[in-house]
Design a binder for this molecule. Sequence first.
Ligand code: SF4
Length: 481
Amino acid sequence: MSISSDVRVADSSARRTVSLAPAEANSNGLLFRRHVKPPVSHAELEHSRFLEGEFWRGIPAYSEIDRETFLDYSWQARHSLTTTSRLRHAVGERVSPAFLDDVELGFHQAPMAMRLSPYIVSLIDWDDPYNCPLRIQFLPVARRLMTDHPRTHLDSLNEQEDAPVPGLIHRYFDKALFLPISTCPVYCRFCTRSYAVGSDTDEVKKLSFRVNPDRWQQAFAYIESRPELEDIVISGGDAYNLRADQLEEIGLTLLAIPNVRRIRIATKGLAIMPQKILSDQAWLDAVTTVDQYARKHQKDMVIHTHFNHPREITWITQQALAILHQRGITVRNQAVLQRGVNDTAETMTQLVRRLSYINVHPYYVYVCDMVRGIEDLRTSLATAIAIEKHVRGYTAGFNTPTFVCDLPGGGGKRCVHSYEYYNRETGIAVYVAPSVKPGPFLYFDPLHSLSETTRTRWADEQEQRLMIDEAVQMASAGHRS
Ligand code: SF4
């Protein structure tokens, strides 16, 4: 029996006339050409092994918590930490008081408030919290904060300018972003919408999009009045925080609008509290109902989630994603590239492979937005380009993320490679977005990635203008670098 052009069963009927390289039998009696691919080591299959067991018991506050309690989403929600004093109490003597003081100072300067589920607290490496990729995403430490690039903004994507009604962003021709809620099961330091999401901080008074059915009706009416709108993203905030009946109402109302063909439910919840999929039957059923309604009407519903590091994926995540997969629900991932979190080819490749393993499509990797207060998290565009080169080719194209830059000022997402001009010395990249808005649009590398001389130039307003004018002129003249 022929299995492929270069494989034969070693029985007497096998034809041996094809000119193959020297072959040897393996334990199943199959003959393979030798050395087409060298054997892989156990370590190279690390992506398929997940954190097992009751890992949370290493945290003093959870040492007595049994499996059933830890898998209960309502226990996770009720015990999420929102203040540094509660964090101190939870981690106890596992962590030095000096580190926790540093966190407290960090929050005084942060645009985002604190919210951490016990699940995430349990996954943080408290033996090395300064360098832990999960801690870096959610807990600012004053000692590591950096001066913002002068071109950062609170609303860096200029979303408010593209909002025809409060909480609805219509930027792309056929797609709109609906923000029905402004809370999340976690607060990420790098949030694009730090101008609106979560509680007020010392730094930012939020423009809040609270749950408000009257406001939702305005958004539905606008969507219905625009026949070109076929694709609606339900974000926030985070759809995980909508009640089951609210999610179902929003999903079914949108799908019943004749022009709407696709909806996407955006939630980071799968990375932060996979327990909800295992134990909140009403919410899971609401998502399933919306998905089935979409299919019945030849429309589409997808969950977009947000894992940034392979360590965020555990046996609990694997079980949650298996349930969604069994129900036929498609899940895609949108990661954010962050310094010290996932800015190496090894980590990003591992993330992509682990996501693929649990049937999550690694759809996008975003260059970190130019929002205030997170300069230490941003990477240069060159870093994104270099990592993409290594990730591409590791696996199938449909499981390979596109690395994108969401253009400051509202030009939408562009593949990082598609810049018109990129000066690695000044850190200025120029893009155009002809189908979205007249440009040009500029992305600026973080100051820490630039030379001392260039950093001095960015401190001077006149020099800033010179560098920007030069970049725009070079782009207009057709220079790539
Ligand atoms: S979950 Fe999303 S919307 Fe919420 S804070 Fe994180 S990035 Fe922002």
